[in-house]
Design a protein around this ligand. Structure first.
Ligand code: PLP
Length: 406
């Protein structure tokens, strides 16, 4: 007799959590459908369309019938364009056969972690953190080891705590995640911090998973130091980048992984089994992004810098907010502990929920970025137009004043 079909899942699946950014956006959408006017600082993508020359290239590729599978690694001209971009920008020597194009940076991260993490391995994740790294670690039987970034107040912001990272390295440590520029804090770790982390990896035989998807979102004229600038990057770096943020192409699902060629062969087999290849006509279009003109990207970044300045100026006037003028990505991550106390909220989640439900403003609680170091902070995306920044922050100010009086 056949057994009953079972819906018992692999227990690891119960351990995986989604991205609460998406939950907040869904709640905001439901409130908007009920007629509430919503201002959202929750969004993690450029609010501008993909530049026209990239869209046109996709249309051409479709019209030319470029609609079949491509090689799993991605079409050669795209990999050449990626290598040229990285080599020109970071004075490095990435080869075409060290690149695999993936369906977004997310898939690239998934494969880069899958290739290394064995059951019982520990992965050091500076926190607060983009949630994906810990989820993939758990999926492969590894253990996320969260190490808080150090917070130096509104003047200096967030830094890597290299001593604490070193103190957390054990026999089981396999990998350290370095997301730079950083989501959710908007930090850009300096060349000194990056080099020190790299030498730690070098000395201890660890892998660095470097996620640099925000490498073009750097403000105040500061220079960004990529891990690929290290001449021995091949010995320990798994490098991730993508098209979603730089070219406002989140919906196109295109990213890439760079790692030395013997490992790329294994990644290719993973890619073939997971997604076969990235979308053919999106790959053609992405070449035009990298080859330029780059003006639309530069214009977007300079627009974002102005928005950041406005958001900084206005948030600094909200009682109980300690705001750091973050130099990278498109996020600001103010410390709001005093506002939480004054409004008698339990934590940043209750404050974020109240701002959404009573005042129609979406911000994400710092704890949406595991593990615990985000408590007392809120994440604001400044991929939001000037008028909404003004309207949204005015509501927040009113909310904190009203709730503090209640
Ligand atoms: C740090 C970081 N890495 C990766 C991604 C995913 O990018 P993609 O759209 O290329 O999968 C995001 C998106 O929010 C991100 O913030």
């Amino acid at each position: 007799m056949a057994g009953k079909p079972t819906l018992d899942l692999n227990p690891v699946v119960y351990d995986i959590t989604g991205e609460s950014a998406f939950t907040y956006l869904a709640r905001a959408k439901a409130l908007a459908e009920q007629g509430m006017d919503i201002v959202s600082f929750g969004i993690g993508q450029p609010d501008l369309p993909t530049p026209k020359h990239i869209r046109e290239a996709a249309k051409r590729a479709l019209d030319e019938g470029f609609t079949g599978y491509t090689e799993a690694a991605g079409i050669r001209p795209l990999r050449e364009a990626i290598a040229d971009y990285l080599n020109t920008r970071y004075e490095t020597d990435v080869k075409v056969d060290e690149i695999v194009v993936a369906t977004g940076a997310k898939t690239a991260i998934f494969m880069g972690m899958a290739a290394f993490i064995r059951p019982g391995d520990e992965v050091i994740i500076p926190e607060p953190s983009y949630p994906l790294y810990a989820q993939v670690t758990k999926l492969f039987g590894g253990r996320p080891v969260y190490v808080p970034l150090s917070w130096h107040g509104g003047q200096e912001g967030f830094m890597l705590d290299l001593e604490l990272i070193e103190a957390n390295i054990t026999e089981k440590t396999r990998m350290i995640v370095l997301n730079n520029p950083h989501n959710p804090t908007g930090a850009v770790f300096t060349s000194g911090e990056v080099e020190e982390l790299l030498s730690l990896a070098r000395n201890k035989g660890l892998v660095i998973l470097a996620d640099e998807v925000y490498d073009n979102f750097v403000y105040d004229g500061i220079s960004f130091h990529s891990v690929l600038s290290a001449s021995d990057w091949r010995d320990y770096v798994v490098y991730i980048n993508g098209f979603s943020k730089t070219f406002a192409m989140t919906g196109w699902r295109l990213g890439y992984i760079v790692v030395r060629s013997e490992i790329i062969d294994r990644i290719l087999d993973l890619a073939t089994n997971i997604y076969s290849c990235a979308t053919s006509f999106a790959q053609k279009a992405a070449i035009e992004g990298l080859r330029g003109p780059w003006e639309p990207v530069k214009e977007m970044v300079s627009l974002f810098e102005k928005r950041r300045d406005l958001l900084y100026e206005l948030l600094s006037e909200v009682p109980g907010f300690d705001v750091w003028r973050s130099p990278g990505a498109f996020y600001m991550f103010p410390n709001v502990e005093e506002a939480i106390e004054a409004t008698k909220m339990k934590n940043s989640k209750e404050l974020a929920d109240t701002l959404l439900e009573r005042y129609g403003v979406v911000v994400l609680p710092g704890t949406a970025f595991p593990d615990k170091a985000g408590e007392g902070f809120l994440r604001f995306s400044f991929s939001v137009d000037f008028a909404d920044i003004r309207k949204g922050v005015a509501r927040i100010k009113k909310a904190i004043e009203e709730l503090s009086r209640a």
